[in-house]
Design a protein around this ligand. Structure first.
Ligand SMILES: O=c1ccn([C@@H]2O[C@H](COP(=O)(O)O)[C@@H](O)[C@H]2O)c(=O)[nH]1
Length: 249
């Protein structure tokens, strides 16, 4: 469920800092100047280049941080990784739901054992937003509609005591209705009207995602490749606010 720190529209739009290194990420963040620090996501590319100490520095500088490492290994190894990562002070951390119940429970227990000032929340990735129906059925060998697989993985995450799921905007409402309204729904694959999808397959506009039940929206290329990233970010935050005020259509 959306918590007090994510209630504001600005905290619901998360910028994916998909840069090769801090050399590109830091000047990008400096564009915000004295404005409120945005919620940022550090993924594999930047984490592997910059390392945990840099991420801790980001947290200490006041950025809410989502660490998107999509952990997937045997339960013992994932628990150890989670235990190390809890020391960074990040708010959110991903692991793959397909790693199974024992892996997710081991991760949750590692979080509980750590207990920091603001507890880390775990998110289970269901089906990646770059996966479509054909790929899931033919390449991954999973039968049925994508939505059904997403719901199964969300149920598994819920039973394993995970706080939320990563899914597309297309599935957020189904998860809220059929799995639990308490599960945080985090949706990448956000594109503004008419924008290029790139490798993303299950995409939505910010407005449609919020209308569909997304709690948090992850936006990378539409912001980081924009000619004016701050203006694009603010336009997205405005779209979220517009929906929050109850506008339809
Ligand atoms: O299913 C998923 C899980 C994670 N992501 C991540 O979100 C961003 C999206 O970036 P865009 O440039 O807006 O496409 C990226 O960091 C992915 O690793 C995802 O897209 N889908």
């Amino acid at each position: 469920m959306i918590g007090p720190s994510e209630r504001k529209a600005a905290s619901r739009a998360i910028i994916a800092l998909d840069f090769p290194s801090p050399l590109e990420a830091e000047p990008f963040l400096a564009r915000w100047g004295g404005r409120e620090k945005p919620f940022v996501k550090v993924g594999m590319q930047l984490f592997y280049a910059a390392g945990p100490v840099w991420v801790k520095g980001l947290v200490e500088a006041g950025y809410p941080v989502f660490l998107d490492l999509k952990l997937h290994d045997i339960p013992h190894t994932v628990a150890g990784a989670v235990s190390s990562l809890t020391r960074l002070g990040v708010r959110l951390l991903t692991l793959h739901a397909s790693g199974g119940r024992a892996m997710m429970e081991a991760a949750r227990e590692a979080v509980e054992a750590a207990s920091g000032p603001e507890p880390l929340r775990l998110l289970a990735v269901t089906q990646l937003t770059s996966t479509d129906q054909r790929m899931m059925n033919e390449e991954l060998g999973i039968s049925g509609p994508v939505r059904e697989s997403v719901l199964n993985l969300a149920h598994l995450a819920r039973r394993s005591g995970i706080d939320g799921v990563v899914c597309s905007g297309e599935e957020a409402a189904w998860i809220k209705a059929q799995v639990s309204g308490e599960l945080l729904t985090v949706t990448p694959g956000i594109r503004l009207e008419g924008q290029e999808r790139g490798d993303q397959k299950r995409v939505m506009t910010p407005e449609a995602a919020v209308r569909g039940g997304a709690d948090l929206l992850v936006v990378g290329r539409p912001i980081i490749r924009s000619a004016d990233p701050v203006a694009t970010y603010e336009a997205i935050v405005e779209q979220i606010q517009w929906k929050e005020r109850g506008h339809h259509g």
